[in-house]
Design a protein around this ligand. Structure first.
Ligand code: K7E
Ligand code: CUA
Length: 628
């Protein structure tokens, strides 16, 4: 987004805001003159729920119908929300360090973070669940880290990150989606920022002729880069078809500009379409190059290549979204008021050369200012966020196609104000065949006056919209922290989380193996093993006791504390915190967790359970004596 247009839009917003504030002030004054009674409120609330097509009210004790997986933006985490209540249910630390669970602190999480275990930051954008035959399968959620060019995988049975990789040869992994059909064999993601190939310090800032951006195809099960495709221009967002044949990515900087002015000169940028079959054939035939001294195969998909086609679309497209009927994808114009609708069935002819790439476009409806992302219902309608207009445009795909063919039809169904500056939006199950047209979540980048002021930094506003009827209805404002770029909404029937850990879980298998080498049975033993200046302290926990309430080490020892939670009761999570040593962690029922620190303070050091577990939780503590 250009800064100028953004500032301008904010000014516009502010002036319309003032008139709105005036109106609400009047309403407020009226309410003071004639205070409402509790009964009036109750009947109003009742009337409201009755007029809605779907109720957003989830009463105490009731469960939400959907899980929402939210990006935590530059907090680096992923969050689980219940929909329609919009209640935050859980946070899953991924690229961040989390002091409650010990993510990034425990040995188990450091092993998963691997080569990036030392990094404390992340910028998560696009959480997407694995699929089978175009439906969510409840197995994994994948998420990108733009800040450190990583991709991570979350296991949905335990809702913990279980794999993380740093993608070589690229900078800033942005758009991420999954192969939908026949199943998520591959996760696809874009390297956004173009960099010299090789990026070894020999390139200059002036000569950008070797700068490239790569499309990345990751084996979802192994979590390894299967191959990369070099393209012309940069890459932004991406999606896949419902046939298992094509991936497509938007490019906002076909100019390969290095500053704002250069990046927005061209009237048209493009969508790159990748043929999976052709890429795999090229890979098999060995038609790839290696860069930067690593083994990842890089295919050449630049203009003129067999592997890709470039579809010109208006200025700086951003989001790209496949319609759930599998027939179309929509590239969102951002700096153009239009979106471009591509008929996927025509891509075969584009690749064979029968038609020109532009001929795959079957509609280009004008929707409003700043279209960023599009979501879909099950009735052939699309919902596009208009960043500059602070609106959602609801439009009909078939009518947009008719209008493109010269028929006089109005494809626009409704425009709804949202608050304010929406980025992504998402319908319930909307990126799968099972889209059900019930809910639309809109992730607004600004909340302004929608919540109590909390200082110069404000929350974002995630709004819930009922789309079950002919008209969109705004039903909920939800404050969130640190720009949740994107989310996905899956029916609860698809997700089956475990209630307890199983003792053979791979998450702590390496720690179990270490114990075995030490001759320790984690489920029974409470033991201190000394190995030079390394000390391993094995203890169990059952509410409200640690299996060991004192142990001794020597000043300077490297101490590893391994805690195994023997409680079998759901929700009885213990923790371990060694005071004044910067270590703490969660140990959920039947789990083992471990943390390593240097005993660098002489004397008595208390450790305690930091997850409230029992009436005697405060008493769940013990002493480490550090002998000088
Ligand atoms: Cu914020 Cu999907 Cu990273 Cu659009 S992206 S808004
Ligand atoms: Cu165990 Cu608190």
């Amino acid at each position: 987004m250009s800064e100028n247009s953004e500032n301008k839009s904010l000014e516009l917003q502010d002036s319309s805001r003032r008139s709105f504030m005036g109106r609400s002030a009047l309403i407020g004054a009226g309410a003071v003159a004639a205070p409402m009674t509790a009964a009036m409120f109750a009947s109003m609330a009742k009337a409201q729920t009755q007029t809605q097509g779907a109720s957003a009210v989830v009463h105490p004790g009731e469960l939400d119908e959907y899980y929402g997986f939210w990006s935590g933006g530059h907090s680096g985490e992923v969050r689980i929300l219940g929909i329609p209540s919009m209640r935050e249910l859980m946070r899953i630390p991924v690229f961040n360090i989390d002091s409650a669970t010990g993510w990034g602190i425990t040995n188990e999480s450091k092993r998963i973070k691997g080569d990036s275990a030392h990094l404390m930051t992340g910028d998560s954008h696009h959480p997407h669940m694995s699929m089978t035959d175009g439906s969510y399968n409840g197995k994994y959620v994948f998420i990108n880290d733009k800040a450190n060019s990583r991709v991570a995988r979350i296991r949905c049975d335990v809702m913990k990150t279980d794999k993380m990789i740093t993608i070589p040869n690229v900078q800033a992994i942005h758009g991420l989606r999954v192969q939908k059909v026949p199943y998520t064999k591959y996760v696809i993601c874009n390297g956004e920022f173009e960099i010299p190939m090789n990026n070894d310090g020999k390139a200059s800032l002036e000569d950008v002729s070797t700068y490239r951006s790569l499309f990345n195809v990751i084996d979802a099960e192994k979590m390894e880069v299967a191959f990369q495709v070099m393209v012309d221009g940069n890459l932004d967002n991406t999606d896949a078809d419902y046939d298992g044949k094509y991936f497509f990515s938007t490019c906002y900087n076909s100019e390969m500009g290095m500053n704002l002015g250069e990046m927005i000169t061209a009237e048209r940028d493009h969508v790159v379409v990748f043929s999976l079959e052709r890429c795999l054939a090229a890979l098999k035939a060995g038609k790839f190059t290696n860069y930067n001294g690593n083994k990842v195969p890089v295919l050449d998909g630049r203009k003129g290549s067999d592997l890709t086609r470039y579809i010109p679309v208006p200025k700086s497209p951003h989001g790209i979204n496949t319609a759930p009927d599998g027939k179309y994808f929509v590239a969102n114009g951002k700096l153009s008021p239009t979106v471009s609708v591509v008929e996927i069935a025509r891509l075969d002819d584009v690749f064979s050369g029968k038609i020109q790439p532009r001929d795959a476009i079957v509609a280009e409806p004008e929707l409003g200012l700043g279209p960023l992302h599009t979501a879909f219902d099950n009735k052939g309608n699309a919902f596009t966020t208009l960043f500059l207009d602070s609106q959602i445009a609801k439009w009909n795909i078939q009518d947009a196609i008719k209008a493109y063919n010269g028929e006089k039809v109005n494809y626009l169904r409704q425009k709804l104000d949202v608050h304010y500056q929406p980025g992504h939006n998402h319908t319930s199950q909307g990126e799968t065949r099972d889209t059900d047209g019930k809910w639309l979540v809109v992730l607004c980048k600004f909340s302004k006056d929608r919540f109590l002021p909390v200082g110069p930094l404000r929350p974002e506003n995630d709004q819930l919209i009922d789309i079950s009827g002919d008209e969109m209805k705004l039903v909920h404002d939800g404050p969130t922290f640190a720009e949740p770029h994107d989310c996905m909404i899956v029916h609860r029937s698809k997700v089956k989380p475990q209630k307890l850990w199983t003792r053979d879980d791979p998450m702590f298998a390496d720690t179990v193996a270490m114990a075995k080498q030490d001759g320790v049975t984690l489920e029974m033993d409470n033991k201190v093993i000394r190995d030079g200046n390394k000390v391993r302290v094995y203890m169990t926990s059952i509410a409200p006791n640690f299996g060991m309430n004192e142990f001794k080490v020597k000043l300077g020892d490297e101490v590893t504390v391994v805690v195994t939670n023997l409680d079998q009761v759901e929700d009885v999570t213990h923790g371990f915190c060694m005071t004044n040593h910067g270590v703490q962690m969660e140990v959920a029922p039947q789990a083992t967790a471990s943390v390593t620190f240097i005993a660098n303070k002489p004397g008595v050091q208390w450790y305690y359970c930091n997850w409230f577990c029992h009436a005697l939780h405060m008493e769940m503590r013990g002493r480490m004596l550090v002998e000088a």
